[in-house]
Design a protein around this ligand. Structure first.
Ligand code: URA
Length: 422
């Protein structure tokens, strides 16, 4: 094949054949097809889309570029969850031990944050001693003994996707259904899980923004999973408002532990419970008493065992930022707006997220919310607190929050919010 001919085909709205897609992806993985050529192709796909058959071929070709894992022989069903990314989205932390406490294996191969969305591994690395990198043998052993694990996805899992995702990140080609769906599903299918629940976000703080595009993304991913023999389902969930009362790393771990202790914010508990029900349904336990496992401390026991198994101390104090800045209500009324995206950007600017892949994150940095949309507030009452290592970061974070929240007259309906699960 000729690379330029294939790029022209997509540029002009044509379809690529299965052998053409296989050839392109395998040659890109080995460096024969250049980044500039793949970037042009990604933009052509972004602008012209792909047929369902092409999306499936792209997914399979990315899987074939690396290792395919298998959890056969574990003697229990495996089920995983993937979120398309949000603000304050710490759900994996309480969810993994909750589902694993029912005797199901939960292999959560996770990533780090980029931009305003946080990364599950970054959050867990707030825990002193905890390590994200496990060998395949260690991962398997922890699934056998503890039942659940959150760890870094190995470099051998869909390496063509890793290369392509990094390229899309710097060429304005991330927000594209065929490319997102094939990217996420290639990693999840290669991981070898029996079942998968997708938490597809819509709204202000999500990738896709509007709910119709999020629904189309969910349908595309469910089809890819089912066609590859993975039992797959999706929830469409609201990302207009940050999840819970914490955005950051260590503070999100603290809030997750509250959920495991039977408390925690209503929205975090609701989403954790609904996703756990769906995962357990796919794993053959439709009647599992999910709330009971939180209330009894059984899920907490699994959490503590999982943290210890990866070198962490579940009782160690978490890092606390030396500098804080609290913003208070200017007037009496009701909080009607609290937009996820600017709060995510502000937490990122405080140091909770990274701008470049190689940057470190500051585990103590972030935002604690003191009120949520719909809450009545009094003048002078704290609305949220910024946490940073260096007070010089507050000004840029506050810039991001300009217009991100609003207090209106008592009785006004919140502008952001609405049902958590569509
Ligand atoms: N996450 C991924 O892994 N890939 C995408 O394309 C988008 C989000």
């Amino acid at each position: 094949f000729d690379v330029v001919d294939l790029i022209r085909t997509k540029r002009d709205g044509g379809e690529l054949s299965t052998p053409e897609i296989d050839w392109l992806v395998s040659r890109y993985a080995t460096g024969f097809v250049g980044d500039e050529q793949m970037a042009a192709l990604a933009m052509a796909i972004f602008l012209n889309g792909m047929a369902p058959r092409e999306i499936a071929d792209l997914t399979l070709a990315m899987i074939a570029s690396g290792e395919r894992m298998s959890f056969e022989g574990l003697g229990k069903p495996t089920v995983d969850k993937h979120s398309t990314g949000g603000v304050g989205d710490k759900i994996t932390l309480p969810l993994m031990p909750l589902v694993a406490s029912f005797g199901v294996a939960v292999p959560q191969l996770s990533g780090r944050g980029l931009g305003h969305t946080g990364g599950t591994l970054d959050k867990l690395e707030s825990i002193p001693g905890w390590r994200a990198e496990l060998t395949n043998a260690e991962l398997r052993e922890q699934l056998r003994t503890v039942g659940g694990v959150v760890c870094a996805a190995g470099a051998e899992l869909a390496p063509a996707d890793k290369k392509l995702y990094a390229l899309r990140d710097v060429t304005g080609t991330v927000e594209c259904i065929p490319l997102i769906a094939s990217s996420i599903m290639s990693k999840k299918i290669a991981e070898g899980t029996d079942s998968l629940v997708l938490d597809v976000k819509f709204g202000d703080g999500s990738f896709m923004g509007d709910i119709d595009r999020s629904r189309a993304l969910a349908e595309t991913m469910v089809r890819l999973g089912e066609d590859a023999g993975v039992r797959t389902s999706a929830l469409l969930t609201n990302m207009n408002v940050p999840l819970g009362f914490t955005i950051g790393n260590a503070n999100e771990v603290r809030e997750s532990v509250e959920v495991l202790a039977g408390g925690g914010p209503a929205d975090v508990v609701e989403l954790t419970v609904e996703l756990a029900r769906e995962m357990l349904r796919l794993a053959g336990q439709p009647d599992a008493d999910v709330e009971g496992a939180l209330a009894s401390g059984r899920a907490m026991d699994t959490w503590r065992a999982a943290i210890r198994a990866q070198g962490g101390d579940p009782d160690a104090p978490l890092p606390v930022a030396p500098e804080t800045h609290t913003v208070t209500a200017e007037r009496d009324g009701v909080l009607v707006e609290q937009r996820a995206l600017p709060f995510g950007v502000a937490a990122w600017r405080l140091g909770a997220g990274r701008a470049r892949k190689q940057d470190p994150v500051i585990h103590s940095a972030g935002i604690d919310l003191h009120a949520k949309p719909g809450d009545a507030v009094r003048a002078g009452q704290p609305l949220f607190t910024l946490h940073a290592e260096d007070a010089a970061r507050f000004a840029r974070a506050l810039d991001a929050l300009d217009g991100a929240y609003e207090i209106a007259d008592a009785g006004t309906e919140p502008r952001t919010g609405g049902p958590l699960i569509a």
